[in-house]
Write a protein that binds this ligand. Structure first.
Ligand SMILES: *Cc1c(COP(=O)(O)O)cnc(C)c1O
Length: 234
């Protein structure tokens, strides 16, 4: 079932690329495996999926350490709000932290990267909808951080772009507005900090990824449409 779902999602992504005149292959798929077992990740991996997203660090570490101990090495992004005391593990297991939403987190990521002798990709999470809570409230805070990355203070972080979650609403216009805000915010940041060449717009989930692609998404984060409903009681 996972294989069929995955292929259906990939087909929808490719169709959107054509429909919205996006370059072929310009939209990546991050398969969100939170709350789903290791076997589900392995099934998707066997079907050709190499990039996964998890939002709880402890769960992700248990799952992906076990997978990697078998010699299988999928790429992992942390996509959920991150507590400071989980940064060490996040830096160890992930190649990108998509949910950087405050300065304290950046300080801790820098510190842990120094300790682990690593650099790590980051996306800044922007709050673009009335109902979602997480993320920077505008580009000012992100600009201050980019200055500190540019001057070497937080040189272990490699800024790749922005991430957002659209508001949980049926109002299609609000959802679209959230995505277009992310796109224009990245354009604005790139005009001030062209040296980073940031291109990533991580936006779009199971229910809204087609609109996100129309609005310029370069990475959709899809869980339910691939793995099925999550069982939160486990
Ligand atoms: C869970 C989650 C997703 C995936 O949501 P689905 O609706 O299951 O596709 C995407 N992004 C983030 C940040 C999430 O926490």
């Amino acid at each position: 079932m996972i294989k069929e779902n995955l292929n259906a999602v990939l087909n929808r992504i490719r169709e959107c690329e054509i429909k919205y005149s996006r370059k072929s292959g310009s939209v990546k798929l991050c398969a969100v495996s939170k709350f789903h077992p290791e076997d589900s990740v392995l099934e998707a991996f066997d079907a050709g999926q190499n990039l996964f997203g998890e939002n709880r660090v402890q769960e992700a570490a248990a799952k992906f350490d076990s997978i990697r101990s078998k010699g299988i090495n999928p790429e992992l992004h942390i996509i959920g709000s991150l507590q400071r005391n989980k940064v060490k593990e996040a830096v160890r297991i992930a190649s990108c932290i998509q949910s950087v939403d405050r300065i304290e987190l950046v300080q801790e990521i820098q510190k842990q990267c120094e300790k682990q002798n690593k650099k790590i990709d980051v996306l800044f999470e922007l709050h673009t909808g009335e109902e979602s809570k997480s993320g920077f409230d505008g580009t000012d805070g992100i600009k201050r951080l980019l200055e500190l990355i540019a001057d070497g203070t937080y040189g272990r972080l490699i800024p790749k772009g922005l991430m957002t979650m659209a508001p949980a609403t049926d109002d299609k216009n609000l959802i679209r507005k959230s995505f277009s805000t992310l796109r224009t915010s990245l354009e604005e940041l790139n005009s001030v900090f062209p040296e980073f060449g940031m291109t990533e717009l991580s936006m779009g989930m199971s229910g809204d990824f087609e609109t996100a692609i129309e609005e310029g998404s370069t990475m959709v984060r899809v869980g339910t449409a691939i793995f099925g409903e999550r069982n939160y009681s486990k």
